[in-house]
Design a protein around this ligand. Structure first.
Ligand SMILES: O=C(O)CCC(=O)C(=O)O
Ligand SMILES: [Fe+2]
Length: 345
């Protein structure tokens, strides 16, 4: 059986697509990081259109989550089970990691055919310009060896926090996916089979992101527009702005404010496929700031890599072909944003 990390070994990247810029002491944005302006670059509204907030203790939680998934594909959750002290701990460790001198971070650089470690976003090779971003990807126990390299005498605090975060995020992902399954009107047997599969899945990754203060934020981009590939993403972005979603209906790029203490959840491609397009996979990007260095932490949850994904409805005509998770990630790694249209029926 293939593990999630192994899925990435077939598409080795070139080092210049993995090594982030040394953002320290830059007075101007280098040409490599200047993005051309496009028509939809400017948010059409300065107002923060508020995305739905769902209390997981709400007795109507299934309806609320279902409505949020259908109308926005993104929502914020409260009463999510991750304590404020855990989230503060993760944030603190994220700052500790990205504040290290570049030569230290380079010791844990992601390998060209690897999935974990320090480096750029995986979508880097699809663009001629580079991002104002550095990341650290954690899959399974990969972080322990990396932490030992970074802090030989003081790695335990990073490991303890990350370990606890992975466990709590997994529990939350299971809870959310069980709620979402209920909203897809499946037969009892189908629901129970999918619940078991979700429970057994080891397809998950924790991504720490850093978007340093930028000398000219209008020229650079933190992360260009993309959708997330797996079932869902749970994001902790404290109270800093930067995340934007593209909203049809004349709204354009809408900033996502973060409700204090809440986590942001968004639908990914696999859930979009399972729901037969009922839940939109969210097109989002990250803009950078001239005054604020932002960090965020995303948890991505998927299905086992050898499992088959296809629209679950037995009554609707399927919009997408059936394929394995591994095949889908392979297509996404090769074709990026065209992946969904390539599997359209
Ligand atoms: O940093 C953020 O707000 C979003 C990060 C993101 O979109 C990603 O890691 O896929
Ligand atoms: Fe994303």
């Amino acid at each position: 059986m293939t593990t999630f990390s192994e899925v990435y070994t077939n598409n080795p990247l070139q080092l210049h697509h993995i090594i982030p810029l040394d953002f320290n002491s830059l007075q101007a944005v280098p040409d490599s990081h200047i993005w051309p302006k496009s028509d939809d670059d400017v948010p059409t509204s300065d107002e923060y259109l508020s995305i739905p907030i769902v209390d997981l203790m709400d007795p109507d939680v299934v309806d609320r989550v279902s409505h949020a998934c259908q109308t926005w594909g993104i929502f914020q959750v409260t009463n999510h089970g991750l304590s404020p002290s855990l989230l503060e701990g993760v944030e603190e460790e994220t700052w500790r990691l990205f504040s290290l001198p570049v030569p230290e971070k380079m010791k844990v650089l992601r390998l060209p055919d690897g999935a974990t470690g320090y480096g750029t976003a995986r979508i880097a090779p699809f663009y001629s310009k580079s991002m104002w971003h550095e990341g650290f990807t954690i899959i399974g126990g990969s972080f322990v060896e990396h932490a030992k390299v970074l802090w030989p005498n003081d790695y335990k605090r990073f490991c303890d926090v990350i370990d606890e975060c992975q466990k709590s995020m997994k529990t939350l992902a299971h809870k959310l996916l069980h709620i979402i399954l209920k909203s897809l009107n499946l037969s009892e047997e189908q629901e129970s089979n999918w619940a078991t599969m979700i429970h057994q899945s080891e397809t998950n990754a924790l991504q720490l992101n850093s978007y340093p203060t930028c000398p000219d934020p209008n020229q650079a981009i933190g992360l260009p527009p993309h959708t997330d590939s797996l079932l869902l993403t749970i994001l902790h972005h404290s109270n800093t702005s930067g995340l934007q979603i593209f909203r049809d209906g004349g709204f354009g790029w809408v900033p996502v404010s973060s409700f204090p203490g809440a986590l942001t959840v968004n639908v990914g491609d696999l859930l979009h496929i399972l729901s037969n397009g009922k839940f939109p996979t969210v097109y989002h990007r990250v803009v950078v700031s001239g005054t604020c260095h932002r960090v965020s932490m995303g948890y991505f949850y998927g299905l086992p890599v050898d499992s088959t994904v296809e629209p679950l409805s037995k009554v609707e005509f399927p919009m997408y072909k059936s394929l394995t998770v591994r095949e889908y990630i392979g297509i996404k790694n090769e074709c990026h944003e065209k992946a969904l249209s390539l599997i359209r029926i």
